[in-house]
Design a protein around this ligand. Sequence first.
Ligand code: GLU
Length: 304
Amino acid sequence: MPHLPAILEEIAAEMAAAPERGRPADYIPELAAVDPNQFAISVALADGQQFSAGDAATKFSIQSVSKVFTLAIALGRLGDQLWTRVGREPSGLAFNSILQLEHEQGRPRNPFINAGAIVVTDAILAGHAPRELLGELLRFIRTAAEDDDIHINESVARSESETGHRNMALAHFMRAHGNLLNPPEMSLGAYFHQCAVEMTTAQLARAGRFLVNAPGLPHLVSATRVRRINALMMTCGHYDGSGDFAYRVGLPGKSGVGGGILVIAPGRASIAVWSPGLNAQGNSKLGTEAVELLARRTGWSVFG
Ligand code: GLU
């Protein structure tokens, strides 16, 4: 794709000039302090080439993008048994909603809403100390990215532990329904720390290559699992904005409230984009606009 570097520079310039940038998440105090004027985009191609534009060397909090990695680990460990505890349907509700959970007896709709991700983390914790699980998660991400300089930001984890009352409510509610096997504080501690992993878009794009399913790229999970994770990203990766993201971008993606999005062009590329300002559904506003432009200009939509 000879034009890719130029396309990325163009998109970064357009995003730098955007008048409306959305608002950074403010329910996690450490995230509220991030400068909303930043933007970065990186693309790791199946043939090994990589291109970036904007603030691609700045680390950001990957937050819910971490759920893609924990899901991959959980499927590797538990296989289809995982689905007895969490569903595979879009929720149509906010990332932290408790509403559906009561109607559906504590079994979350999918592994990407917060309740579902807490269950996934709880499932892979079983029998391990949170520290061991976080070590395994970091090893997985570092191997995928071929980069050891990827860490957890303790201040962000602490900031969320001190204020994450909705997630605590979700965890306790699921425990009451027998769908959380470890003490809620333990699963939540691991969950808050996994969300506090920090990466640059360049690192995240490289880490996402294990979901591209192309020869020569890291094969950390089977091709079948990759297809399934991509399907879940397409249908559930943007909370109640998942339909809109599929409509506008046409690629599977997973967003995080830190303003990052990991997007996969199956067989072609892994894309990471970051801008801290969020839209009404809690997904990066400019990040979504940027990948919409990228998908249009490269013709990478899976819908042709
Ligand atoms: N740590 C965040 C929370 O649980 C993740 C949400 C997100 O990134 O969408 O509220």
